[in-house]
Design a binder for this molecule. Structure first.
Ligand SMILES: Nc1ncnc2c1ncn2[C@@H]1O[C@H](COP(=O)(O)OP(=O)(O)OP(=O)(O)O)[C@@H](O)[C@H]1O
Length: 318
């Protein structure tokens, strides 16, 4: 689908499928179009062209939609003057969900003690929990969460991660956006990444990190001069990182270990280094970021050595 606001193309010919049984992370720099996409998935915004189908039907055609798809888009969207319980009860009644579910979800998100209080007095984290309770109310097969960890404390972040993993293990479809890369790395199996409204990647977490980062090996020895000579004799460049340690890019650890053994060099460490999701994300989306700070822009725009510019979204090759 495509979405334009006036002249500005906010979502640009975007196409992807979110599958059940796993957590799909939805990533993109600020202003990339994630919230707009999620709003279109829920029928809250109309695409300029294209469409979204939920179990084969547009959202508007779902009877009692909360039983199919539960969403947290804006935790502040609750009626501030009604109690948490009353907010959820109204939602339940409008979707023919038994009132007993209200108690259940309040318990699940840990808000029973404040069930009779009004959300306008809630902290950011409590508001998020109430929004998540609303998303779970209809026991839906599909859960869509926009920045669910926003405002949650460490216990809350751990709880939402466990919740998402559990929902996916029950065979449900979980689609979640977040800017917290470390958290996303622990939670998501699959990633859909967009930049300036366009699809940049639709692939597994592992594949995404592999393709957008340089592999390297850390190697440490009490005989650094000897190792440097051996590596340079076979044309391998090693960056010295101090205390007898080197970082070697794009050479398998096995080859380095074999070379050291063949020349009788003692090694104290030989460890493949794994890039983080954050590094891979910045490498891929640097060019597509709409709002950037100076120093980061310089790093992101230049990318990292060995990373080819993407001409086709990752994971979508035929
Ligand atoms: N109603 C609107 N009218 C005009 N422009 C809009 C409207 N809603 C969103 N936009 C623009 O669309 C672009 C995408 O916004 P969107 O909120 O979807 O991005 P996002 O990826 O969710 O960003 P963030 O990570 O910062 O929440 C932004 O440039 C925003 O200013």
């Amino acid at each position: 689908m495509t979405k334009r606001y006036g002249e500005k193309v906010v979502v640009d010919d975007l196409a992807f499928t979110v599958r059940p049984g796993c957590v799909t992370g939805f990533l993109g720099p600020n202003g990339a179009g994630k919230s707009t996409t999620m709003r279109m998935m829920l029928g809250l915004d109309r695409p300029t062209s294209g469409h979204v189908l939920i179990d084969g039907r547009p959202y508007a055609q779902l009877k009692e939609p909360l039983r199919h798809i539960g969403a947290l888009l804006d935790a502040k969207a609750m009626h501030g003057g009604r109690s948490a319980y009353q907010n959820l009860r109204c939602l339940a009644l409008s979707n023919r969900i038994p009132e007993s579910r209200v108690e259940e979800v309040l318990h699940e998100v840990g808000l029973n003690p404040v069930a009779r209080k009004r959300p306008k007095g809630f902290s950011l984290g409590m508001g998020q929990r109430l929004g998540i309770a609303a998303a779970l109310l209809g026991d839906p097969e599909i859960v869509l969460l926009d920045e669910p960890v926003n405002g949650l404390d460490p216990e809350g972040i751990h709880w939402i991660r466990t919740l998402m993993r559990r929902l996916a293990s029950q065979g449900r479809t979980v689609f979640v956006s977040s800017h917290l890369m470390s958290e996303m790395a622990l939670t998501a199996d699959h990633l859909v990444v967009i930049g300036r409204g366009r699809l940049l990647a639709d692939t597994s977490m592992e594949d995404f990190i592999d393709r957008n980062s340089r592999s390297s090996v850390r190697i440490r020895t009490p005989e650094p001069e000897k190792l440097r000579d051996v590596l340079s004799a076979v044309g391998i460049t090693a960056a010295e990182t101090g205390s007898g340690a080197f970082e070697v890019a794009e050479v398998p650890a096995e080859r380095l270990g074999e070379l050291a053994l063949a020349h009788g060099i003692l090694l104290h460490e030989l460890s493949p280094q794994h890039a983080s999701l954050e590094e891979a994300f910045i490498a891929l989306t640097g060019e597509a970021a709409e709002y950037r700070t100076g120093p980061l822009a310089a790093t992101a725009a230049s990318g990292r050595d060995g990373i080819a510019p993407q001409t086709q979204p990752i994971g979508t090759e035929s």
